[in-house]
Design a protein around this ligand. Structure first.
Ligand code: SF4
Ligand code: SF4
Length: 459
């Protein structure tokens, strides 16, 4: 794509980057076919190519964002399906991130929108505030249908509809979980912000699984939200502050006892962690440290495939007998498109004895996308309905995925239990049945869990 930035504009490293990304686009339009909003709306301005043109025009002319283009940018899920499809390798993520920051700095949203966005940014990244908000939402839920009738208040209605009672606040988890047996690796496991309030059982399963496989797990002090929630709202300074706090925390641990990896069980967070080097590239005090941290960040399934769930001849197999359970696997966009981690979760589930199936249109988003299901609830609901239909058509007993946002979104539209991939892997290797499965731990009436195969007789 031809661009017309002036030399003065190109002296700005941000615009220089935007220029380079824009120039990779050859207008082929392949990305439109895999863009969820274009599939739903059929409007070129709600496609990746259309948005690229809008962003180009806005940045090239150095003008504030306008009410004509902001809704089209807001409707983008940042699902990054377009990046998977693009034959030119265009880095749409960095372009739309820049556009969102530009919108935030130059466009004055209507009062209700500003208030709702400020509320989300002030609550979601902080677990204690989020916990209180969920309790309050329980009281406000009866008003959701009323609020849904007032267009500017639809996000509040969506919040009330999606809100679930927070998990009970447990004892503070120990900071170090030693490996069972000889230590094969030492990793930090990101605590995150919303996930521990909504589903602490995910990290509990991850810790059991990792320690069972000989990995020491550290919960690093001083960690904050990864910053993704505010980053996707264009609040760059807030996102950078979270990133710096995390880089400081992990660098101290790295330079102390050392870390082999920083693992993430919420793929939405993982995508941003892996991008910390880029996010902080213009900060001389953090650029190098952030690059180091980003290189260590992995989705937990990427790390697990290298560990061999099957065990070795000396220890005997770790995986239980084939469970016969049929699993519908939903690939979170942040995992399959943002991190290009597609095969590991499927391989692990199959290695653990599950029969795994993927839905039609598995590349399409479920509509969760951070705060998208709150801020763009109608589109998010349409995407959810489509995703739930294709998952239910598989006739599986359980849906597995690798992101808490997708879990919440899909679970709000189906009766099927929705669990995290690591909960199934933990179960298959000796852990408890996931609480969301019928008969899972919360009911106290556990169905027989997959029997652990006996160690083969010596010789
Ligand atoms: S990130 Fe997703 S919604 Fe946004 S333009 Fe790309 S494919 Fe479309
Ligand atoms: S697929 Fe890539 S090159 Fe083609 S229009 Fe989309 S962004 Fe541009």
């Amino acid at each position: 794509m031809q661009t017309f930035f002036s030399l003065a504009q190109l002296a700005d490293p941000q615009l220089q980057e935007a220029d380079a990304i824009l120039r990779t686009c050859v207008h082929c339009g392949f990305c439109t076919a895999t863009c969820p909003t274009y599939v739903l709306l059929g409007d070129e301005r709600d496609s990746p190519r259309g948005r690229i043109y809008l962003i180009k025009d806005m940045l090239e002319n150095g003008r504030p964002a306008s009410a004509d283009e902001v809704p089209h940018l807001d409707r983008c899920l940042s699902c990054l399906s377009c990046m998977t499809t693009c034959p030119s390798g265009g880095h749409y993520m960095h372009l739309v991130d820049q556009a969102r920051a530009h919108v935030e700095q130059t466009y004055r949203r209507p009062l209700a929108e500003r208030a709702i966005r400020a509320l989300l940014a002030a609550v979601l990244p902080y677990p204690e505030r989020f916990r209180l908000a969920l309790r309050a939402a329980g009281l406000g839920r009866p008003f959701a249908p009323l609020l849904a009738k007032v267009p500017p208040l639809k996000p509040l209605a969506a919040m009330l509809r999606l809100a679930r009672a927070p998990a009970p606040k447990g004892d503070p988890a120990p900071q170090i979980h030693p490996a069972n047996g000889p230590r094969r690796a030492r990793v930090a496991l990101l605590k995150g912000c919303a996930q521990p309030v909504l589903a602490p059982e995910i990290d509990a399963a991850a810790i059991r699984l990792l320690t069972r496989l000989g990995v020491e797990v550290v919960r690093v002090e001083g960690e904050a939200c990864c910053g993704a929630l505010v980053h996707h709202m264009g609040r760059e300074e807030a996102a950078l502050a979270f990133a710096r706090a995390n880089v400081d925390a992990w660098t101290a641990e790295l330079e102390g006892e050392g870390l082999d990896a920083i693992l993430v069980t919420a793929s939405g967070c993982g995508t941003l962690l892996k991008d910390y080097g880029h996010l902080l590239r213009h900060d001389p005090d953090y650029a190098e440290k952030a690059g180091r941290v980003a290189a260590l960040a992995h989705d937990i399934t990427e790390f697990l495939v290298a560990l061999d769930l099957q065990g070795d001849a000396d220890e005997g197999p770790r995986v239980g007998a084939h469970t016969g359970r049929k699993v519908a696997y939903h690939a979170a966009c942040s995992l399959q498109h943002g991190q290009k981690v597609k095969a590991p979760p499927l391989a692990l589930l199959r290695a653990a004895g599950f029969s795994v199936f993927e839905p039609a249109d598995s590349h399409l988003c479920c509509g969760s996308a951070g705060t998208y299901n709150l801020l763009q609830s109608e589109l998010a609901d349409a995407l959810k309905a489509r995703k739930v239909k294709s998952l239910e058509a598989l006739g599986a007993e359980v849906v597995a995925t690798g992101n808490i946002g997708c879990m919440t979104q899909i679970a709000s539209g189906t009766r099927l239990p929705v669990v995290h991939t690591v909960e199934l892997l933990d179960w298959a290797t000796g852990g408890p049945m996931p609480a969301r499965l019928p008969g899972g731990a919360r009911t106290g009436e556990a169905l027989p869990r997959p029997p652990v195969r006996a160690r083969p007789p010596a010789g």
